[in-house]
Structure formats: structure tokens, C-alpha cells
Design a binder for this molecule. Structure first.
Ligand SMILES: [Fe+2]
Ligand SMILES: [Zn+2]
Length: 360
């Protein structure tokens, strides 16, 4: 970086208090009071700034420190840092400065709002997750996930994409074999974001809540948005997902009907076996709220009665689980019917022993 233009007195910096006043709120104005030396002091050993939280790389401050006015070379580190920050910020365009500032404030707000969620993920225990989740039916977890503003932004993005598809008459890949409307988010540039979401937040939850169906080894995803209304998809038939764990978040908009219904978890062999009464569960979507369930948890969506509903779906998959499954024959740890049959076999065994005992 070039030092400021020398006016012949560049290393005679006035006291810092004065410089702050001159620079405050007017970084692009008269900055003659905060300027660096033309030539570095090669004998000076710079401080380390590795621990400083800044939008600039710490090495930049260490490198620039040698260009400080000589009176400041031995000043406390925070004084030097303040001075250097003022100099460096002059080289960032005003628009970028605003953007960086907005991003910082946004990050802080997010971390404050989601502190309880982040704490629970860090703690990583069933108890900590149960503080932030509800389990209205066995194996179906719900929690608040997106704020209204984010839902609106994502809906806008999807609608822009749909308008572009209409205008160009292009054929696009739809989310899956059952949804004829909606978009694959991975194709819109969301792949990395959704991968981070899965690895950093869904996988820790799934490791604890769905350990028997590959929750701790999730490694790939398929992310998409589905749309329901009278002139789009109207309902969704009874099915299982091509996932180990599914995250389903309602984005809005305004609608009635379209409840999600669940009918128990089943392996491939028992996928068409009737549900038991205790496996019946219906869930009414709430914008911003997420549902997390095993992909093999059979479900469907009732017909939408009015309005327009959009949901973000993230199918989380585990290659390890799929490979292991090929070598197993029963799945009583998670399939309701395998468990039922195991219980029946045990009961038959007990009955047989009982008969044996009393008839001999
Ligand atoms: Fe599904
Ligand atoms: Zn089974």
C-alpha cells in the first residue's frame, strides 16, 4: 500500500485525540493528521495483531506499523491500532464500508438472537437439544428456525427464478419425482450454504436425535423449495424421503390447509404395512418453524385449501448408513414394524415356554 503523499512533515503527527476529532464521521475528508511515514522504520519490531477482531488481516497492521510516525512507534498497541485503522479505512470505498459495517452488525444480531440455539449445539446433548426443540410426536421435532425477513428474501429469490424460467421458456429440473413445482436450491447457488447448515447445525442435532438412521454420519444433501397452491402442486401423496434425516421449514406465505401427516417409521420391507394408532400425527405448518424427522418416517401433505405455501426442504444423506443397511436384515431400532415383529417373536417364545412348563 502506498503511504500518504508526503508534505515534508509526515513524521510529525499531532496528538491522537486531535486526530480522532478530525477524522470522526468524515473519513474521506481532511486526513492530513493521520498519515504514515513515506519510508518504513526497518529497525522497528512490530506488535502482533493476531487476536484483533477486524475486517482486515492482522498481518496488515503488523506490516504497516513500521510506517507509523516515529512518536507512535512505542505507543500502546491499541493506540497504534486505532491510528492504523483510520488510515486503512480511507482506502475502502464508502459503499464497502457500509456493507462491512452492516455485515458486522447483522452477525452480532444473529449471534445474540440464536445464542440459545448455538449454546445447545455446543453442549451437544439430548438435554440441551430438548431445551430448544419440541417433540409433539415420537421422532418428529419442531423448532423456530427462520425469521420472517429471511423467509421473504428466499421466497423473492425463488419467484425471481420462476419468472426467469417463464420468460426464457427453459425446462428446469424440479425438486423430485413428486413435486412438479418449486426449485432446487443447490442449482441457484445455495449449495455451500446448505452444506454448512447441515454440517454445523443439522448433523449435531441428528447425531443425538437420530443416531440409528445415520444421523451422525450425514455427508451430502439435496436442498429445494416446494410450492403448493390451487394452480401449483395441491397436495403430496403418502411417501418416504430419499434421505436419512429431513429438515422441512415453512417459508410462508398465507395459506390454509396443507397439514403434514405422519404414519410411523418403516424399513423398505415394511414400508406398506399399516400404521399403529400411536403413529398417527398431523402437523400444521407455521412460517419460520422447522420440522425435523427421519427420511423413513412415512408422511404426506394434505390438500391446500387456499393461498400459497412454500417450504424449504433439506434432505440430509449418509453414504455410510446406506452401505451398512445393505448388510442388515432387521431394523427394530427404528422401524416400527420390525420392532413390532420382534416383540411378537419374544411373546411367542414366552408363551411356548409357559406351555412347556405347565404341560410337563
Ligand atoms: Fe417428504
Ligand atoms: Zn422394518
Amino acid at each position: 500500500m502506498s503511504a500518504s503523499k508526503s508534505n515534508g512533515s509526515s513524521d510529525k503527527a499531532p496528538a491522537l485525540e486531535q486526530q480522532e476529532e478530525r477524522c470522526e464521521g468524515e473519513i474521506g475528508g481532511d486526513n492530513s493528521m493521520t498519515r504514515l511515514r513515506k519510508d518504513p522504520n526497518l529497525d522497528h519490531r512490530s506488535d502482533c495483531y493476531e487476536d484483533v477482531k477486524s475486517d482486515y488481516h492482522p498481518a496488515l497492521f503488523s506490516a504497516l506499523e513500521r510506517f507509523l510516525p516515529s512518536q507512535l512507534l512505542d505507543a500502546p498497541r491499541d493506540v497504534k491500532l486505532q491510528y492504523l485503522n483510520k488510515v486503512v479505512s480511507r482506502y475502502v470505498p464508502r459503499g464497502d464500508r457500509n456493507r462491512v459495517q452492516c455485515q458486522r452488525e447483522y452477525k452480532e444480531r444473529i449471534f445474540n438472537d440464536y445464542q440459545s440455539f448455538i449454546d445447545a449445539v455446543k453442549e451437544n446433548t439430548e438435554e440441551s437439544f430438548k431445551r430448544i426443540l419440541s417433540e409433539p410426536s415420537p421422532g418428529v421435532y419442531t423448532f423456530d428456525m427462520f425469521q420472517q425477513g429471511f423467509c421473504e428474501l428466499l421466497i423473492n429469490e425463488v419467484e425471481n427464478f420462476e419468472r426467469w424460467v417463464d420468460a426464457t421458456k427453459l425446462t428446469v429440473v424440479r425438486p423430485n419425482t413428486m413435486n412438479k413445482y418449486g426449485v432446487v436450491l443447490d442449482d441457484l447457488g445455495f449449495e455451500n450454504m446448505l452444506d454448512q447448515l447441515m454440517i454445523n447445525f443439522i448433523k449435531p442435532l441428528a447425531s443425538v436425535l437420530f443416531p440409528d438412521v445415520g444421523g451422525s454420519t450425514l455427508d451430502t444433501h439435496h436442498g429445494f423449495v416446494v410450492e403448493y397452491s390451487k394452480d401449483r402442486d395441491r397436495d403430496l401423496g403418502f411417501h418416504v424421503d430419499d434421505s436419512e434425516v429431513t429438515l422441512n421449514v415453512c417459508l410462508g406465505k398465507i395459506f390454509t390447509g396443507g397439514d403434514l401427516f405422519f404414519r410411523g417409521v418403516r424399513c423398505d420391507t415394511h414400508v406398506n404395512v399399516d400404521a399403529h394408532t400411536e403413529e398417527f400425527f398431523e402437523y400444521t405448518h407455521v412460517p419460520g418453524q422447522a420440522v425435523l424427522h427421519a427420511g423413513r418416517h412415512r408422511h404426506g401433505a394434505n390438500e391446500i385449501l387456499s393461498g400459497h405455501r412454500m417450504n424449504l426442504i433439506l434432505w440430509c444423506r449418509s453414504a455410510v448408513f446406506r452401505e451398512l443397511k445393505k448388510h442388515q436384515h432387521d431394523f427394530y431400532s427404528w422401524c416400527g414394524e420390525c420392532l413390532n415383529q420382534k416383540k411378537e417373536r419374544r411373546q411367542q417364545l414366552i408363551d411356548a415356554r409357559y406351555q412347556e412348563f405347565f404341560h410337563t
